[in-house]
Design a protein around this ligand. Structure first.
Ligand code: PEP
Ligand code: MN
Length: 353
């Protein structure tokens, strides 16, 4: 039996196992950026989905095996262990070939014993840590069954991830937590690692911390939290991902990390700064779009022999902006100056076309 790092890193009560990383590996730069930012957060396993099980077709389905090389780089550069989701024997073989440390079985796959058996068969002769998410339906036996199939294949240290179940109809959660499910699993298998995935339960950033706190309160031994350096721009599950800085703050508030007050304050500031960075990116995108429209208007004016500067239109716009600014708690003088500068650049552009 080939053993691959088959014990879990820290998962004591004081120091739960933290798995973090993006929902999906998107680009090599994105994977590396997030991994480097996670180094100081108390994370010991880096997650990233390479093959994405999307509920409806036509969405981003993952970068495929190419992304495994990026995870190898994460391992080399950061020392974090790396994990990804497998759903069939080809995924397993690719992961083993690329030295992936931890595999996980997704909720939709756990619900299918044929798929789980195929994965277990592909793992014969290799003892690698595998985490099994609860199935999408409230069936603890299906969850236990998947774990047992892996154990029969020789996986000596499987773990379980509680990620909630699909709600029927309206719910504040993306997946209802149904806390009795992990409790029932724990009762039958107190010997295996049980962690919580608040990201897929919440489906949004607002509910995340409360779920994580409940899970730790119920003595779950770790958390898997989706983390992205620019969550709003993520290619999948954007609404539920948090920045590595937000992760530091969340864990510190739960007293799960040993970060000093100064470290936490720096992370908190980093958190606020990343909102500013996102807003600035949007401002630049909008300005670039404005200049494109300005160039089109310039062409139109030229074709129709119209003057570039139309004074009364400009005065009208400035008055409108000043009154909008007053209603939004912005200084009128500041907004007028800003628009004068934007107008100057627009006139230059129109003179160029
Ligand atoms: C995931 O972890 O990215 C994922 C797809 O989760 P789940 O299987 O819980 O839906
Ligand atoms: Mn996800």
């Amino acid at each position: 039996m080939k053993k691959i790092n088959n014990t879990w890193p820290t998962n004591t009560k004081e120091q739960p196992l933290i798995i973090a990383g993006p929902c999906s590996a998107e680009t090599e730069e994105q994977v590396m950026e997030i991994a480097h930012q996670l180094k100081t957060t108390g994370t010991s396993i880096y997650r990233a989905g390479i093959w994405k099980p999307r509920t409806r077709p036509g969405m981003f389905e993952g970068v495929g095996a190419e992304g495994l090389k990026w995870l190898q780089r994460v391992k080399e550069e950061t020392g974090l262990r790396v994990a990804t989701e497998v759903a069939n024997k080809d995924h397993v073989n690719e992961c083993l070939k690329h030295g992936i440390d931890v595999l996980w079985i997704g909720a939709r796959t756990t619900a299918n014993p044929f798929a789980v058996q195929e994965i277990a068969d592909a793992l014969q002769g290799v003892d690698v840590p595998v985490l099994v998410k609860n199935p999408v339906n409230p069936d603890v036996n299906l969850w236990l069954g998947a774990i047992e199939r892996l154990e029969k294949a020789g996986i000596s240290n499987p773990g379980a991830i509680h990620r909630g179940i699909s709600p029927l109809g309206k719910s504040i959660y993306r997946n209802n937590p149904e806390w009795q499910m992990p409790l029932a699993l724990k009762e039958q298998r107190p010997d295996i690692l049980l962690i919580n995935d608040p990201s897929h339960i919440a489906g949004n950033r607002q509910l995340l911390a409360g779920i994580a706190e409940t899970a730790i309160g119920l003595e779950m031994e770790g958390l898997m939290i989706e983390t992205h350096h620019n969550p709003d721009a993520a290619w999948s599950d954007a609404a539920q991902q948090i920045t590595p800085q937000a992760l530091t703050v969340l864990l510190a508030k739960m007293k799960l990390t040993t970060g000093t007050a100064a470290e936490v304050a720096t992370a908190d500031l980093g958190n606020m700064r990343s909102s500013i960075d996102y807003i600035d990116e949007q401002l630049i995108d909008l300005l670039s779009y404005r200049m494109q429209v300005v160039a089109e208007i310039g062409q139109y004016k030229r074709q129709h022999g119209m003057a570039v500067i139309q004074e009364e239109r400009w005065t009208e716009l400035l008055t409108k902006h000043a009154s909008q600014a007053a209603g939004r708690n912005l200084d009128g003088e500041f907004v007028t100056q800003l628009f004068n500068s934007i107008h100057r650049e627009s006139v230059n552009r129109q003179n160029l076309v």
